[in-house]
Ligand binder design. Sequence first.
Ligand SMILES: NC(=O)c1ccc[n+]([C@@H]2O[C@H](COP(=O)([O-])OP(=O)(O)OC[C@H]3O[C@@H](n4cnc5c(N)ncnc54)[C@H](OP(=O)(O)O)[C@@H]3O)[C@@H](O)[C@H]2O)c1
Length: 306
Amino acid sequence: MKAVTKSISIIGLGPMGQAMANAFLKEGYSVTVWNRTVAKTENLASQGAQVAPTPADAIRKSDLTIISLTDYAIMYNVLDTAKEALKGKTIANLSSDTPQNVRRASEWVTRQGGKFLAGGIMVPPPLVGAEGDHVYTFYSGPADVFQQYKDDLAVLTRPDYMGSDVALAMLYYQALLDFMYTSIAGALHGYALLKSAGVPAKKLEPYFSNFLAFLPELFASSNTADEIDQRTYYGEENNMFMLVAGTMHVEQASVDAGIDSSLPKVVRQLFEVAVKKGYGKSGINSVIEAIYNEGAERSKLTAVEK
Ligand SMILES: NC(=O)c1ccc[n+]([C@@H]2O[C@H](COP(=O)([O-])OP(=O)(O)OC[C@H]3O[C@@H](n4cnc5c(N)ncnc54)[C@H](OP(=O)(O)O)[C@@H]3O)[C@@H](O)[C@H]2O)c1
């Protein structure tokens, strides 16, 4: 009997879509691709990928189509002429956007008779298809649809299913990006501070590396997640009164150095809000009280991680 070849379609061949297509080709999949700029299909075609003339043709070729576009808005343009083809097919959109836009897209695809999974891929293109604890993608959407395709999605990265509320994957993705963007901006600010005294970045680098290695211990020893969930913030060794003074020093040092001081200013302001809310004698984790708004509308999340 002839072996059944698994098939996959990919719409969008930026660096991420290209890496995905390569990973599936390597696993012996029959890969169909579509991209607005046709030139980007050539290399994949030479490796055996089929190039669909339209997005609708790409969708028709496989039960599962992965979308990798700059954002979700582009999906509507690209799929505008493919609505009919969506009937009975599954779309896994691994593009970045907001949780609300994910919900809208899921409703839109479902209205066309298709099924929808959202994904937030947590690695850069060179790590697609690689092994490791850090190589994963958050997925959300109907559990049965995820189960049906999880082995295919595992070709790209470890697929982590976060729940049936389709927005969850993007919320996890944004939470990680939030951490990444602010911590990288913080590190760059630190480099700028030293640079203002003529110190090359290379001199600071080993100290930053050391600090990065120490971060897990810092999180664990200050019980960050537990304290947030229990809303109790131990402050015996370093309380918010002291920490506000510390942030003021970083901000003033930046002003004195003539570098941008907006980042430490925002941090100082957040710390001050925590003090104003009565957390002066609490520890640093109480800053969550300045960020999280208890009165905010809770999103309709059906979280599985509770
Ligand atoms: N790259 C990363 O490190 C990384 C990591 C995690 C997540 N992501 C996310 O993965 C997604 C794809 O990433 P990428 O780096 O491949 O992004 P990209 O370089 O922005 O490429 C995105 C794709 O979108 C297409 N596109 C853009 N505007 C279009 C339009 N108006 N009509 C039709 N197609 C259009 C491009 O087509 P053309 O080729 O014709 O321009 C290309 O195929 C993004 O949402 C990104 O945030 C990326």
